[in-house]
Design a protein around this ligand. Sequence first.
Ligand SMILES: Nc1ncnc2c1ncn2[C@@H]1O[C@H](COP(=O)(O)OP(=O)(O)OP(=O)(O)O)[C@@H](O)[C@H]1O
Length: 273
Amino acid sequence: MSPEENKPPILSVEGLGVYRGKTCMLKGVDWTVEAGEHWAILGANGSGKTSLLAAITAYLMPSEGEVRILGDSYGETDWHEVRQRIGIVSSVIAQRVPNDEAAIATVMSGETAQLGYWTRKRSSNEDKALRCLELMGVDDLAHRLWGVLSQGERQKVFIARALMADPALLILDEPCAGLDPVARERFLLSLRQMISQTPELGLILVTHHVEEIFPEISHVLVLSEGEVLASGPKAKVMKSEILGKAFGAKVRITKNRKGIWQLSTGCNGQSLL
Ligand SMILES: Nc1ncnc2c1ncn2[C@@H]1O[C@H](COP(=O)(O)OP(=O)(O)OP(=O)(O)O)[C@@H](O)[C@H]1O
């Protein structure tokens, strides 16, 4: 077997359960993400998406089961070290960026900052920060202040910031929330260009919208009431029956000529999502 074949998965979740009082937030979750796989997580409100991300990043203590990042578990290895292999982009963290900070400084802070913790302590690796901005197609914004950036530009800068730490896994928690349709399309295009240039990077995209499952997404995990309803290659999981169960309604999903998914319900052609 070659050394590559011996590599542990980027993420391995086994028998994960999280219970708080009488609430079951997650139950029996098994999931593996290999290098270069791009996953979308779908599920209705309250299905456990945020809880799963929080458990993966050690912000939520599991009641049972195990989470391993590149073979190391939070229980056995220094959790801080394990966590640094993950880049996470969520609106909660973005709120902590000072308005008077230039985009390049925001990106540089990603090399030293702890996940989820904002600090002005930063590296002086400006060339690398510029490369990360370039990967997201926004190097021209390097000296623009955070406070004046549009929502879509902020998301791109924030992904560049996450890339500064050379993560094995990049988690994007509803990155298109709040973007208008054109900004969303531009954002997804930049994301697709970035992942085409980082073939080893594992990606997890949490979304409510099947339209955001772009062609490079290879796998889909569907959660329902804290459990995995379906998981695997996109073609096997993106079925009307499965998503109907997940959202508790009759739905039909289709894919257009550009490979973009669409979901409709029977009621007046309205989208459920
Ligand atoms: N700290 C907590 N204590 C008890 N129950 C919780 C706690 N946090 C979340 N829950 C419950 O766990 C379930 C899963 O919540 P979670 O936020 O993970 O869902 P979600 O899929 O991210 O939902 P949304 O799409 O609305 O963001 C919900 O029923 C929620 O009320």
